[in-house]
Design a binder for this molecule. Sequence first.
Ligand code: ADP
Ligand code: ASP
Ligand code: MG
Length: 425
Amino acid sequence: MTLIVAKFGGTSVASPERIKNVAKRLARMKENGDKVVAVVSAMGKTTDELMGLANAVNTNPPARELDRLLSTGEQVSMTLLALSLESMGLRAMSFTGRQAGIETNGTHNKARIVKVHNERILNALEADIIPVVAGFQGIDANGDITTLGRGGSDTTAVAVAWGIGADVCEIYSDVDGVYTTDPRIAPRARKLNEISYDDMLELSSAGSGVLQSRAVEFAKKWGVVIHSRSAFSDAPGTYIKEDPKMEEAVITGIAHDTSEIKVTIRHVPDAVGVAAKVFSALAANMVNMDMIIQNTSRDGATDISFTCPASDLARARETLDVIIPEIGADSVDVEEDIAKISLVGTGMKSSPGVSALAFRTLGENNINIMAISTSPIRLSMVIDSAETQRAVQLLHTAFDLDSDSIFEETQLSAEEIAAKMAKGR
Ligand code: ADP
Ligand code: ASP
Ligand code: MG
């Protein structure tokens, strides 16, 4: 008997048909003699739609109210899955974050799980009932509903797996595992059988959406083994675990992120303490800076650029409108169409020449690099977002990551995927 937590993402529960397919899959697990807890995301694009509704009535919705609203998406899908299981003659019970005992801190919109009270889930399992848990949500010390940040159902699944001592946390999505890069933009991406927590964490933090980085962080901390796999097939996926026995490639994967913008402050006086003043003010206004670039100064002044999430732009502008006259800088430019491409791999630590090959590859293909940052296991470059796909494909080839065959699943349309699902594959 294996104790499994199985998480199904938005695409996997996007319609009643797909929910029924998830129910069938859970039934098969039970038939195999396994015990299973399901965790679900909201159906399809529900979370985006709820966000749109909130913004339609309030362009700056208070975080507490927004969480209350967003949490309803998962409450619909969990109930439908429980109903579907019951209709098949299985016993199931849905649980909100609160009912599942997911306790978080009070940081609305991106709360962290601090405790998992596992009693109700364990009791349900004991009674041969399939617990269906709403992902993405918890409850803070005030009893208020919190959400865990976009993609947060992954973190719910890992936390529940840890909380009940599951053997594995299976994350089902529309791809059949973790690839060397997003298979939707590079058809020659290769599926990895295994990947270490450290490489996965770096890929997720650099924008590879397949797993939420908090989920990987949690799994690494508590040693939860994640199996990322397809909701549409039985093929084995990718195991994320400590030190897998894989060939030590220099680069494990490439991530891209188009959610950031680049802000440049022109003609900043080159004086002691100016940068501190600018960045303290930005930080105080909750602008989440990523890369920072200061050019060499000419005539006693320099340009300073930084990247930050596009969603922080209004706050960045507000702060700089006050700071620029104070420090005597000229103006602010914003470039919205940028992409950050990151090469990731623990193998990079012991391999010189990664940057040289990356820069040469982009340079020879006329792709301009606007900013660079590095860590021991990551090299990130900012480029024009229009070049994202070409840059990822060129780097993927240059670093010898290409598979011999084209990834056919990515060529399927949404309708074809739906047809595959209907066949129960
Ligand atoms: P879910 O809604 O089920 O949580 P997501 O959309 O969050 O699923 O994650 C799956 C998506 O992640 C895939 O459709 C794929 O485009 C994207 N993705 C990005 N990078 C990778 C990668 N390296 N390997 C696999 N998928 C990736
Ligand atoms: N429904 C939430 C989102 O869209 C959480 C998740 O899907 O993991 O971000
Ligand atoms: Mg996701």
